[in-house]
Design a protein around this ligand. Sequence first.
Ligand code: SF4
Ligand code: SF4
Length: 698
Amino acid sequence: MSQIIFLVLIIVAFGLLGYSFSRVFKVMKQLKPFKIKEIGKRFIKMFDVAIAQTKIMKRPVVGLMHALVFWGFIVILIGSLEMIIDGLAGTERILGALGVIYDVIIAGGDIFAMIIAVFVLIFILRRTIFKVTRFEGKEMIKKTHIDALVALSLIFILMITLLGMNAFYSLWITKTGVTLVGYYPIGEKIAELFGNINENQAHFWYKFNWWFHITVIFLFANILPYSKHFHVFMSVPNVFLSRLEPLGKLDTMEDVKKEVKSIMNPETAFVTDGSEPTEIARFGVLDAQDVNWKNYLDSLSCTQCGRCTSVCPANITGKQLSPRKIMMDLRMRMKQKTSHLLKGEKNFEDGKFLIGNFTTEEELWACTTCNACAYECPISINQPNLIIEMRRYLVMEKSSAPAGLITAFQNIENNGAPWQFNFEDRLLCTDNLELKGEKICVPTMAELQSQGKEAEYLFWIGSAGSFDDRYKKVTQSFVKILHYLNINYAVLGKEESDSGDIARRAGNEMLFQMQAFNNIETFNRYNVKKIITCDPHDFNTLKNEYPDFGGNYEVIHHTVFLKDLIEKEKLKLNGKMFFNKTVTYHDPCYLGRINGEVKAPRAILKSLNVNLKEMRRYGKNSLCCGAGGGQMFKEAEKGNKEVFIERTEEALELNPEIIVTACPFCMTMMTDGIKYKNKEESIKNYDIAELISLDLEL
Ligand code: SF4
Ligand code: SF4
């Protein structure tokens, strides 16, 4: 009889679960594609991030607690599978035949049940009594907290009934005088508390806990797809399916690529791939049905842990943006559209949209694309990509963007730079440069070609390096170093045009692609193979994004280039000028976190013999300066502070004599911050290239 009841229970539980999953898959099929390549790499990432839980360990205490809960679940799952076999077959502890292996697994499950129960209680207290800031925020409405508490309570019940089951099983078996199958270190201790009960009572309570436990498992499994704890199922597959590209690489819009190609070369645009122009449904994302299925999976997998929001510079400084909310908004909106998507009514409209009714334009424009959120997310969700998709809709479909960005777009279109400067003047920044009394002539690629020569390196000056008054000085310092070291290099001069980084991150994919195609054509004309740049934004774009358009180069940031020369002893520093000066280094997001280069600048600073002090947030965990993602060209959204002030204050905590940067935007922000704090007299702001140039007295 009990087997029949169990069979019915299991059919209902798995039937309902299958129904829930089938709905998810059907919705995913309605959405845009997401390509899955490099399966091997994906397995490595899955084992690293999801199974070994390496990312979550960045916060060691809470990280270890979560990791133990996760690993515990895996061990306990084996016991649950045995329960299902026993329930169907009418057997008792069928896997006991495994002997010692069984003992280890069961003992592991027993101990983990205790650990998980304690940790879950702590998690409940953190949400209810201690009100951990990370769990608060405008998106964390009462319902989300109740949802979390229900799931945590069910996990607690699961662990208590598991321990109860183990305790009364061991008590019952001991009282019957039969050999105990399995080892229950915690269960047997609990059993000692109930030593007075008889064999029948022990058997009753064992069975009671057994049935209670398995029923709660089935109930919990069926609640999960509708709760924030869906990540129990989804986190491992979500990490497996996560983006493998560098953090800062944005997805290329293939439809736009076709259009841009047709504009640039109408005759050959559709010849290469054999496809005909297709009608483009919508650029970017306006509503839930416009996302790709991986975005949807992200929204379902989000644990609402708030790690992303806690590191978001916009959120930290009181702006409306919260990357967690971006994920929660999508999930909420998709829930409203699910029944229609299931009926294939993809174009169903109810007068509401993801942008506007859920996520506001103000939130979207506050993002600096620093990628701190994506770097922090324990299940490798990429929030900035979705934000950019929504910006793409705003810019390309609605022609809506903050005024400063519209001007920057126009300037890039007309002058090849986000500022209103003539492209003919790009090389003015190197006029009248001297090295040890001799005039420096900066070679251009065109000049070298006319002499039948080729340069080994293209020095990509970038728009800021050419036109920003402060950063022109960095360009000059770097040029002096190149000449001092007799590096075989050249620049593009007036043939250089903006990389398109700002346009792309501000949602103007069309303009970015035009810039990319044009620049690649120029590079190809001069057979460019190696590019050096002082701008981490351009470094990221040229290195990670131009390959999608056929531009493959060895791109080197100037800090790496200089560090390598120091290591090879081709560049010998004096190490006197800044000896023992108290210095702090601000990691540019696009160099440090996004492209992983945190060592080279520090190695150079070490060679300069400075007294380097690190800020609270440094290296890959550095706080953004607030200028990326187009912010440099627009007013900041309302908040309680500007991001650059927050970052400057962090630097000032160390009482530095010099704040060092390696990026034009960071330079502007830190300079503004120092001015804002009236510290211009006592604190200098230098780029790494300037420090070297000064050290060498060039
Ligand atoms: S990329 Fe940076 S600014 Fe944008 S949402 Fe993520 S953390 Fe916030
Ligand atoms: S997106 Fe990632 S980091 Fe942010 S709340 Fe969700 S799971 Fe946590």
